[in-house]
Design a protein. Structure first.
Length: 481
């Protein structure tokens, strides 16, 4: 698809109509020479195209430096005048009968908001899906996302202008960049979605493990638990030497056992809530990490690339569909355990309430005994040791579960990586990279007078996982640049 026309209008008039031609379209300053032309609207046009393709409306009137302050005059003008942005795409700029896509958006809130494609009003979720279906009907993959794929084509933000490859937001992982570039190079890898899900789970488990071991390591807890057990044994021997009636001793044992259970269940509830919060945080982080990128510029580059590079097997449509589904699926995957986790928390909290009630009743019975004052110090010491025992045992159990999960995830990852890092697959990457670099080096030489190349390295990240990491470098390696 090509950009055909961009209209800015109100209910009463057309404010600006921009028609696009084949090839390079330049925004030219026709004012006097001494005027800089900084206000001619170059960036605004790019922002409006980006907005038409699903970007946040706030980028039009927000301060790009603070990313918080709003240009109130601009915002009020857009809303009060009910400004409508219309972007027209076409399959062929030379044909008046070619298929077109008409996209309409405005800046009004809630029910007055217009988000329309070919006359159909759509929700936020439906909007990007519909664009993907129309522009890339054969793309069904979930990763990379639609916005990730087109990130190289809208370059009005500093991070996009200055970076050759790192065009996504700061939350993007190396694994996501790996999937993006392998896909763009036409390297078929069917397990990309599963691999990113596993990597996400491993990261989540490692974060949970770090929180559990914030104070001490697992070995330290095991050592401390051994000492606590010895202390409990010693205190129980002292207690057994006291001259107590049978019922009193039995009640006291029950109370100590209940206190131990209370501390253990309470600690378990706390750790379950930590896991729940981590899952919620991970889902929120994904929602906050979506990039806003221009679809049409990438479409042009992709069409130029496919016309010059043989062997790219993925259509641009497949790239975009792959993007649209992955983020939501990833969030669903990460948060799918929440219902069961909340059910477990509710069950444990109910159990804890019952134990607290039993403790209260037994404490009242024991307090009536004449021997209670005699045992007060000993009971206090036992209670403290049982509290520690329950806490340490629960942390150790949680750590063993986390370590088991990490082992299982790493095993699954290893199975997938056997294909991804096989000699056969790596040879495919090298072959596609060679084809790409023929054109990349030629174009960079024409633009900058120097030849640049794209390369990859198989790296091992801090969690011990292998990744294809792509980077650009100067072919004249002796130049010192």
């Amino acid at each position: 698809m090509f950009l055909k026309q961009l209209n800015i209008s109100t209910d009463n008039k057309v404010i600006r109509e921009i028609k696009f031609r084949k090839g390079i379209n330049l925004i030219v300053d026709e004012s006097k020479e001494q005027i800089t032309g900084n206000n001619v609207g170059k960036t605004t046009v790019l922002k409006l195209i980006d907005f038409s393709l699903g970007a946040d409306s706030r980028q039009i009137y927000i301060d790009p430096e603070t990313k918080k302050d709003e240009y109130k005059i601009v915002k009020d003008f857009l809303i009060e005048n009910k400004v409508l942005i219309t972007l027209v795409l076409t399959e062929d700029l030379d044909s008046s009968t070619a298929n077109k896509i008409v996209i309409e958006r405005n800046f009004l809130p809630r029910k007055e908001n217009i988000r329309r494609v070919n006359g159909d009003d759509l929700t936020i979720d439906e909007f990007e899906i519909r664009l993907s279906e129309l522009i890339f009907p054969d793309h069904h993959a979930e990763k990379p996302t639609f916005r990730q794929i087109i990130s190289h084509n809208i370059r009005y933000k500093d991070e996009n202008i200055n970076n050759t490859l790192k065009t996504l937001d700061k939350y993007t992982t190396d694994a996501e960049y790996e999937t993006l570039y392998l896909f763009l190079l036409g390297c078929e890898f069917s397990n990309g979605k599963s691999r990113q899900e596993i990597l996400s789970k491993i990261q989540q488990e490692n974060n949970f493990k770090k929180r559990l071991e914030k104070q001490q390591t697992k070995t330290a807890y095991e050592t401390a638990l051994s000492l606590v057990d010895d202390e409990i044994e010693h205190l129980n021997k002292n207690k057994s030497n006291l001259n107590l009636n049978k019922d009193f001793e039995l009640d006291l044992d029950k109370l100590n056992n209940i206190k131990y259970k209370i501390n253990k269940v309470s600690s378990e509830v706390s750790k379950l809530n930590i896991r729940k919060n981590l899952i919620i945080e991970a889902g929120q982080e994904l929602n906050n990490s979506k990039a806003e990128i221009d679809l049409q510029q990438l479409q042009l580059i992709y069409q130029q690339a496919t016309s010059q590079i043989q062997g790219i097997q993925k259509t641009f449509n497949e790239l975009v569909e792959y993007h649209n589904q992955m983020t939501n699926e990833k969030i669903k995957f990460i948060t799918k355990d929440l219902p069961n986790l909340e059910k477990t928390i509710n069950t444990r909290e109910k159990e804890l309430r019952g134990l607290l009630s039993d403790e209260s009743e037994l404490s009242a019975v024991i307090a009536k005994s004449d021997s209670y004052e005699e045992l007060e110090k000993l009971i206090s010491q036992l209670n403290e040791q049982f509290r520690k025992k329950g806490e340490y045992e629960n942390i150790i159990q949680q750590l063993e579960e986390v370590e088991g999960n990490i082992r299982n995830y790493n095993h699954d990852l290893g199975t997938i990586d056997e294909e991804l890092f096989s000699d056969k697959f790596e040879q495919t990457v090298k072959s596609q990279l060679t084809k790409f670099n023929r054109h990349f080096s030629s174009i960079s030489n024409r633009l900058y007078g120097e030849q640049y190349l794209l390369k990859y390295d198989i790296i091992t990240n801090r969690n011990g996982q292998r990744l294809y990491k792509f980077s650009a470098f100067n072919a004249n390696m002796s130049s010192g640049k």
